[in-house]
Every structure is written in structure tokens, then in C-alpha cells.
Design a binder for this molecule. Structure first.
Ligand SMILES: NC(=O)c1ccc[n+]([C@@H]2O[C@H](COP(=O)([O-])OP(=O)(O)OC[C@H]3O[C@@H](n4cnc5c(N)ncnc54)[C@H](OP(=O)(O)O)[C@@H]3O)[C@@H](O)[C@H]2O)c1
Length: 241
């Protein structure tokens, strides 16, 4: 999968990593980039088509589908990361609504288009899907759920020629991590590494120095081996493979 000449949709495209993904897709020669945002967006590149898209709003998702003719690559990037301590159910529900049910709804709605193009789904999850930072446990739970969904969809959609990628992003310098004083990757470098990972066919993408330090042990670890074994139940190999 190369980005050149492809049609790409990015959610949460107005700032942070999403905005950098739009710019990087354009730099790599994408034919069209649909920029999903909650507020109106103006972009100088005529290849960018703004879409009003709150990922928690089913009617906006349907309107977006109706306005997209063809799609190769769907990037679920929109997210929220509230600080909490799991005492408030509403905070947990809000994190799940945006970070889990958001991508779920967008994926289901765009599946017919992605099936037609034999396209790719990229879910910007988080390293916290693997191990939570207990300052944002609702966020970590929602990202763990989104990662698990990514693993199931990978197996379920393989037979339709759709690839499903998880991005296990570590600390990146955006509004989301403002005030959190730790080393952070730039959003531009993360966007670049995400598309590099997709172009190299990596299922799980580790796009920054912190996440990269876990990549090898993850790829060669027992959990990844189990994911592959389990996937065989829905996408069996031909008998002579
Ligand atoms: N920054 C990090 O260290 C880090 C690490 C791991 C993973 N990630 C993930 O990377 C993704 C992008 O985060 P970021 O760092 O770029 O954060 P950010 O700068 O806070 O951007 C978040 C984006 O999500 C959008 N958004 C929030 N709720 C939405 C909704 N209901 N519908 C549609 N869009 C919505 C925001 O739009 P508005 O402007 O309208 O609010 C904004 O465009 C997130 O999924 C995040 O979890 C980030």
C-alpha cells in the first residue's frame, strides 16, 4: 500500500496528529484527503475536502459516507484523553463514546467503500492500550478496547482484502499532552512514521522513540503469536499453504 494517488480520510483532522497526517498524506501524493472535523475547516490545497464529522454523531457519519465516493484509507485519529480516577462513570462513558464507539461507527459506515477498494483501516490507538497510565484510566480502557477491536477486525476483514493497522502511539507533542513534562515526539514525525508503517505493511505501528522501544518484543512475543493463532479460526489458511 502506497499513499500516492490514494484517497484518505482522517478524523480529528484540524489539529495535533490528525492535522499532521493530512499534511503528510498530501506530501506523499495522495489524490484526495477528506479532513473530518467538528468545526468548519479551510485548506489551501484543493485535494483536501473538509467533512463535518463528530465521530459520536451517527447522522454526521452517514452524511460523511454520502459525500465520499471512493475511499482507500480510513484513519481513525479523533480522540479525547480526560484526566480521571475511574470514580465518575460519565467520564468513562465519554471516553468510550469517542475513542471506541467513534471508530467502531465510522468503520462500519465506511466498510462498503473500503471493501470495494480493498483498502486499509488505521486506528490511532495508544501505548496505553497495552499498559495504562493511571492518571487517565478511562482513556486507557477505551484505547485497550479500540486495540482489541482492531485485532478482531484485522482477522475478520482479511478475507475481503482490507488491512487493519493499529498505531501504538507514545507521547507526542500536541494539545493532548500539554503540561505533561516528559520527552515527546513531534506530531510531524509521528505522522510520517504512521504512513511509513502502512507502506511497509506493518500491522502494529510504533511511531515514536518510546513506542519503538517495545516494538521488537511485541512483534516476537507470545501475545502476538496468540493473536495470529486465534485469527486462523476466522481466516483459515488453504490446506496446502
Ligand atoms: N498526543 C499523544 O501523546 C498521543 C499518544 C497516544 C495516542 N494519541 C492519539 O492520537 C490521536 C490524536 O491525538 P492528538 O495528540 O493529536 O490530540 P489533540 O491535539 O487533542 O487532537 C484531538 C483531535 O480529536 C478531535 N476530536 C475530539 N473529539 C472528537 C469527536 N467527538 N469527533 C471528532 N473529532 C473529535 C479534536 O477535535 P476538536 O478540535 O474539535 O476538539 C482534535 O482534532 C488521539 O486518538 C489520541 O488518543 C495521542
Amino acid at each position: 500500500m502506497t499513499i500516492a494517488d490514494k484517497t484518505v480520510l482522517v478524523t480529528g483532522a484540524n489539529r495535533g496528529i490528525g492535522q499532521a497526517l493530512v499534511e503528510e498524506a498530501l506530501r506523499r501524493g495522495a489524490k484526495r484527503v477528506y479532513a473530518g472535523t467538528r468545526q468548519p475547516l479551510v485548506h489551501t490545497d484543493e485535494r483536501v475536502t473538509p467533512l463535518t464529522l463528530d465521530v459520536t454523531d451517527a447522522s454526521q457519519i452517514q452524511d460523511a459516507v454520502d459525500n465520499v465516493e471512493f475511499l482507500d484509507i480510513l484513519i481513525n485519529n479523533a480522540g479525547v484523553a480526560p484526566y480521571d480516577d475511574l470514580t465518575d462513570r460519565g467520564t468513562l462513558e465519554r471516553a468510550l463514546a469517542v475513542n471506541f464507539f467513534g471508530p467502531y461507527g465510522v468503520i462500519q459506515a465506511f466498510l462498503p467503500l473500503l471493501t470495494r477498494s480493498r483498502g486499509a483501516i488505521i486506528n490511532n490507538v495508544s501505548l496505553m492500550a497495552l499498559a495504562p497510565l493511571p492518571l487517565t484510566p478511562s482513556y486507557a480502557i477505551s484505547k485497550a478496547a479500540a486495540f482489541n477491536m482492531t485485532q478482531s477486525l484485522r482477522a475478520l476483514l482479511a478475507g475481503q482484502g482490507i488491512t487493519v493497522h493499529a498505531v501504538l502511539t507514545g507521547p507526542t507533542d500536541t494539545e493532548m499532552t500539554r503540561g505533561f513534562e516528559i520527552p515527546k515526539a513531534t506530531r510531524e514525525s509521528v505522522a510520517c512514521a504512521i504512513f511509513d508503517g502502512v507502506e511497509m505493511g506493518e500491522e502494529d505501528i510504533f511511531p515514536d522513540p518510546m513506542s519503538e522501544s517495545l516494538a521488537e518484543s511485541w512483534r516476537n512475543g507470545a501475545v502476538k503469536a496468540m493473536e495470529r493463532e486465534s485469527a486462523a479460526f476466522v481466516s483459515p489458511q488453504p490446506a496446502n499453504a
